[in-house]
Design a binder for this molecule. Structure first.
Ligand SMILES: Cc1cc2nc3c(=O)[nH]c(=O)nc-3n(C[C@H](O)[C@H](O)[C@H](O)COP(=O)(O)O)c2cc1C
Length: 173
């Protein structure tokens, strides 16, 4: 199997991370992977916001906890860094574009020995004032909606075994 197919098949969502810090170089490789994703009409109206500052990670987790009544343990699984994928709210393909970019991030992270998981809780609550205030502190534009977050770090678990349906392909030959 070639390297790309191998990476696709061996990536799993990781929900436990060590304390090891991700290097700036590796974070740049991940944002590069995101930037090279396809986007509808090649608009690239997205932004990738990298957050590694511990206080800001906690601040964001706290407002999400409060808004969604999540327990004190909600902390993005203790990820070392987040990449927020946001897009102009006027782009009708913004969510799809961000999903492509996030998958690129997940696969690139896996290839670098990093674990990752999609965090979905910001979807739909970006304009709640307490959430938007933190997003503004992170320089996410007011005109953007956050469609997904990549939680990233060195894996402290193997991830769940792949559980992939094999009856979801229809052939018309
Ligand atoms: C749109 C989307 C939203 C997701 N949201 C979350 C989430 O909020 N929290 C989480 O732990 N995993 C989340 N996941 C990860 C899925 O649970 C995971 O991809 C799925 O269980 C399959 O496992 P795998 O990634 O190891 O193949 C999300 C995945 C996608 C594609």
């Amino acid at each position: 199997m070639n390297e790309v197919l191998e990476a696709i098949k061996t990536r799993r969502s990781i929900r436990a991370f060590t304390d090891k810090k991700i290097s700036r170089e590796d974070l740049e490789l991940l944002t590069d992977a995101a930037r090279y994703a396809p986007s509808g009409l090649n608009r690239q109206s997205w932004q990738f916001t990298v957050v590694q500052n511990t206080q800001m990670l906690e601040k964001l987790a706290k407002v999400i906890r409060e808004e969604l009544n999540r327990g004190a343990d909600y902390n993005f699984y203790g990820a070392n860094a987040l990449i927020l994928a946001s897009n102009d709210r006027g782009n009708p393909l913004g969510m799809q574009d961000c999903a492509c970019a996030l998958e690129n991030i997940f696969l690139a992270a896996h290839s670098l020995g990093l674990g990752s998981v999609w965090i979905n809780q910001l979807n739909g609550i970006c304009d709640v004032p307490s959430i938007r205030a933190v997003l503004s502190e992170l320089d996410v534009p007011e005109s953007h909606l956050v469609y997904g977050l990549a939680a990233l770090g060195y894996p402290a678990e193997n991830g769940r075994p792949a559980n992939k349906k094999d009856d979801v392909v229809e052939w018309v030959l």
